[in-house]
Design a protein around this ligand. Structure first.
Ligand code: NAP
Length: 255
């Protein structure tokens, strides 16, 4: 069974590790090519956009893909919509692998907002020390609130640097520990944390640290997904792939 995995996430990396060398699947991983030094991957990779939904549909046909798996980051909205459209155009089944969103616990001081612009406005007028962990693409949205002291953590530096006179950059890639996040929030005298509701374990420590220290969090809600077959669990997705593989094999159909 030929698989195309749309990746760029921890889930896609984990799926690639499980499929590498599997005799029943031939899988390729697709990356957008945004990260300068991507981590090594267990499967063969193709890098770069397809040219919209039609381009992706063409790729699925040309490469005789049996199942398309969208394992992109939950905030990668455009490629996920392209995947839905390409699956409709070609009839190739689409399965989505993602992480469950984070849910508030007792002691959390979360304000949930729709997007980065709303997050910038939700900080309020008085100058605050803000820990900004929204990914480099969303940073320019904070130029509408330039009065704050931002500590911006990203994997690669935003290009160009945003017009934020009191911003500093911290380049780092998770996972992070609760202890190190607590130290950072304390040492930097952070008043407020801003994050996307990405879900998953590798970056949730900052939320635990903020709760411990009573620091308010502005959390950007996930975009609404229009995909239908959504898996929050890697084993469940692998089980579904196996089921489809057996259902599709001549022996199982009694041929
Ligand atoms: P996006 O806005 O949804 O996609 C923009 C365009 O990039 C797409 O239309 C597509 O180009 C291309 N693209 C995106 N993902 C691709 C993939 N896996 N393979 C091939 N082309 C891809 O995406 P984004 O938010 O810029 O994210 C880019 C990548 O970074 C994604 O793979 C995502 O998993 C990863 N990522 C995103 C975030 C985030 O917060 N957005 C965080 C961590 C990692 P064409 O239309 O030309 O096909």
């Amino acid at each position: 069974m030929r698989l195309l995995i749309l990746g760029g996430s921890t889930e896609a990396r984990q799926l690639a590790e499980r499929l590498a060398g599997h005799p029943g699947f031939s899988a390729e991983l697709s990356l957008a090519g945004r990260t300068k030094n991507p981590l090594p991957q267990a499967l063969a990779c193709r890098i770069g956009g397809f040219g919209g939904a039609e381009g992706l549909a063409g790729y699925l046909n040309d490469n005789r893909i049996d199942v398309l798996i969208d394992a992109t980051h939950p905030f990668a909205e455009r490629i996920s919509e392209n995947a839905v459209r390409a699956a409709k155009i070609t009839g190739v089944p689409l399965l989505t692998l993602t992480r469950a969103p984070w849910a508030a616990q007792a002691g959390d001081r979360w304000t949930e907002v729709a997007d980065a612009g709303a997050a910038a406005l939700a900080i309020g007028a008085p100058r605050q020390r803000v820990f900004l962990t929204v990914g480099r693409q969303q940073v320019p949205a904070f130029e509408i609130a330039p009065q704050h002291d931002y500590l911006i953590r990203t994997i690669d530096a935003p290009e160009p640097m945003p017009a934020l006179p009191f911003a500093r950059l911290l380049l780092a890639r998770g996972p992070f520990t609760v202890e190190s996040e607590r130290d950072l929030l304390r040492d930097e005298r952070i008043d407020m944390l801003i994050s996307k509701n990405s879900g998953g374990d590798s970056t949730r420590a900052k939320l635990d640290a903020a709760r411990d220290l009573g620091i308010p969090v502005i959390l950007i809600r996930r975009p609404q997904a229009s995909a239908r077959h959504i898996f929050y669990d890697l084993d469940a997705l692998l089980g579904e792939l196996d089921r489809r593989r057996h259902a599709g094999s001549p022996a199982e159909r009694g041929v």
